[in-house]
Design a binder for this molecule. Sequence first.
Ligand code: NAD
Length: 338
Amino acid sequence: KNANGTYTVSFIEGDGIGVEISQAVKDIYKAANVPIEWESCDVTPLLINGRTTIPQPAVDSINKNLVALKGPLATPIGKGHQSLNLTLRRTFNLFANLRPAKSIVGFKTPYDDVDSVLIRENTEGEYSGIEHTIVPGVVQSIKLITKPASERVIKFAFEYARSVNRPEVVVVHKASIMKLSDGLFVETAKEVAKSFPDIKLGFELLDNTSLKMVSDPTKYSNLVMVMPNLYGDIMSDLASGLIGGLGLTPSGNMGDKVSIFEAVHGSAPDIAGKNMANPTALLLSSCMMLRHMSLDTYADKIETAVLKTIASGPESRTKDLKGDATTSHYTEQVIKNL
Ligand code: NAD
């Protein structure tokens, strides 16, 4: 918090449609008088000793401000740089990926009442990047599960459940097959649960969760799911699909110290620069950020305006939501509805 009562937040505008949707957020925040000053961060990667590295000024900005909002970053295909998203997660130890999916009133999907919260382990599991060729034609990829990483993400799930008044944490796993790795995740959850006697602990097999999520998502409205990396990656896209797609789904990457909030979607090169992108996911991510900063009244104001705009019909919605609005027209409508 600054002396004048404002807060400085780091802003990674991102690539492709990132530029357009970031502008929409800035315009709406200005109109809503949100007491935030944006500090723009350039994260064009540097290769130092063969490792993808974030420029130091960006690292310093995020470490100083503790909170960042991030647009999508394109991952170059081919050799050289590793995914910048993974680098960011590693640099700031963002161990939990928080992904809520809530039905958008006014945008019809097969279910009107989805309200799930999924927490994905963000640092290891199947995404540890340890792969090698044993002999030509045979490769091995290692799924790494450690007790400390499991413990901190499961603890976060319990704390989050408590903070949003959800009475149960459900661990989604496949310990029936991966007895040691998922087994450790499950056993760790039982230990962590002892410190949270007010929250119930449940277990579910991943395949069963998939079936239930698409056949009756209301079963997940009053609990928090937590799961290893790959399962969380897939299940959270499934939850996005239930509410109308990637243009609508926010997320938060949470660490001990720093948190980075971002839309789930990528840089959408097919529509970049065409004034077609839907800024809703980044806007809703920014509302998660505002609540994390205890600026709930501003979050409520912006979220209400966003939902009202989407519900007002196809002329105010972007093309991905079967509407006719450009990014700038949508932004103007949200500002009118503030
Ligand atoms: P994508 O999410 O960029 O696009 C998938 C489809 O969804 C496209 O048709 C796109 O037009 C549409 N779409 C996505 N967001 C939209 C929005 N806000 N409004 C309207 N339509 C939207 O996925 P991709 O094409 O697989 O990836 C493109 C690039 O983004 C890649 O370089 C990838 O590595 C990167 N990426 C980054 C992140 C991130 O920064 N967190 C996440 C995913 C992908």
